[in-house]
Design a protein around this ligand. Structure first.
Ligand SMILES: C[S@@+](CC[C@H](N)C(=O)[O-])C[C@H]1O[C@@H](n2cnc3c(N)ncnc32)[C@H](O)[C@@H]1O
Length: 241
C-alpha cells in the first residue's frame, strides 16, 4: 500500500479550486485577518509533506466560528495538493460547539445578533459554518466536530500534523484546549496558536501563556518565518505535552 492510499481518497485538485476557496475564506464572517490566514494556509499545506498515518491525515482546528479560518486551512491543503509532490491528503477536523465564546455573547464586544437562533435565543454559528463550507465546495475535505472541545480531545486518538488553537480565549478554556490538543501533534508536526499578544495592552493573556508554555515544555520550537501577526507557529521536536 502506498503512503497516499492509507489516507483520505485523493481526487485531482486544480489551482483554480484552491483560489476559489481562498475567495470564500476572505468573504466569510470571522476573526482571521487575511495575512494571518494566508500564513495559516501555508502551515496547512506543509502538513501534506508528512506521511499518511504520521500526522499527514489530519489537521485539527479548535474554534471554527463561521468557518473563516477553516477555509484558510482548506485553501492551504488544496494549494499544496494542486502543486503536487504531496505525501498525504489531510482532512481538516473543525471543532466547535457553535454557541460562541464568552466574548460572543449578548452584551460583549464580539456579539453578532444575526447569528442568534430566534427559536432558542442562543448563538448558533453552525448554519453559517455549513454555508461557508458548502459554498467553497470542500465538504469532502472538512469535517465538523460539533461539541465541547476538551470532551472531544479526551477521546480523540488520531495524531495530528497541525493543531490550530483559536477556541475560547479565557484562562480555563484556553488551557483546556492546550492540554487536550497539543499532545496530539506528532513530532515534526505544527502547533499554531492565534491571538498571541506578548504585550498585554494588545490583547488577552491566555493564548500568549499557552505559547510560552509550549516553548518552555521543550516539546516545541517556534518557526518564526511561518507565523504572522498574532498567529504563532511552533513545530514539535520532541514527544510530550
Ligand atoms: C475566536 S472564535 C474562532 C474564530 C475562527 N477561528 C475564525 O477564523 O473566525 C472562538 C470559537 O471557539 C468556540 N469555543 C469556545 N469554547 C469552546 C469549547 N469549550 N468547545 C468548543 N468550541 C468552543 C466558540 O464557539 C467560537 O466559535
Amino acid at each position: 500500500m502506498s503512503e497516499l492510499s492509507a489516507g483520505a481518497p485523493i481526487s485531482p485538485v486544480s489551482p483554480r479550486q484552491a483560489t476559489d476557496v481562498l475567495a470564500v475564506a476572505r468573504l466569510a464572517t470571522g476573526f482571521m485577518p487575511d495575512d494571518e490566514g494566508l500564513a495559516l494556509a501555508g502551515v496547512a499545506g506543509l502538513v501534506c509533506s508528512l506521511p499518511a498515518g504520521g500526522g499527514g491525515d489530519s489537521i485539527v482546528e479548535v474554534g471554527a466560528y463561521c468557518g473563516k479560518s477553516t477555509m484558510y486551512l482548506a485553501h492551504g491543503v488544496l494549494a499544496a495538493l494542486a502543486g503536487g509532490g504531496c505525501r498525504s491528503v489531510p482532512v481538516v477536523f473543525s471543532v466547535d460547539h457553535h454557541h460562541g465564546s464568552e466574548e460572543n455573547q449578548a452584551g460583549w464586544e464580539h456579539h453578532d445578533v444575526s447569528l442568534v437562533n430566534p427559536d432558542t435565543g442562543r448563538l448558533d454559528t453552525l448554519p453559517a459554518w455549513r454555508r461557508t463550507v458548502e459554498s467553497a465546495g470542500v465538504e469532502d475535505r472538512v469535517v465538523a466536530l460539533v461539541g465541547d472541545s476538551p470532551t472531544i480531545a479526551a477521546r480523540w486518538q488520531t495524531p495530528a500534523g497541525l493543531v490550530f488553537i483559536d477556541g475560547g480565549h479565557g484562562h480555563e478554556p484556553a488551557w483546556a484546549d492546550y492540554g487536550g490538543w497539543a499532545p496530539k501533534v506528532v513530532v515534526g508536526g505544527w502547533l499554531a496558536i492565534h491571538d498571541v499578544f506578548p504585550n498585554p495592552a494588545d490583547g488577552g493573556r491566555p493564548p500568549y501563556e499557552l505559547y510560552v508554555r509550549a516553548l518552555e515544555s521543550g516539546g516545541f520550537l517556534e518557526e518564526i518565518g511561518l507565523g504572522c501577526g498574532s498567529l504563532r507557529v511552533l513545530r514539535r521536536v520532541a514527544p510530550g505535552s
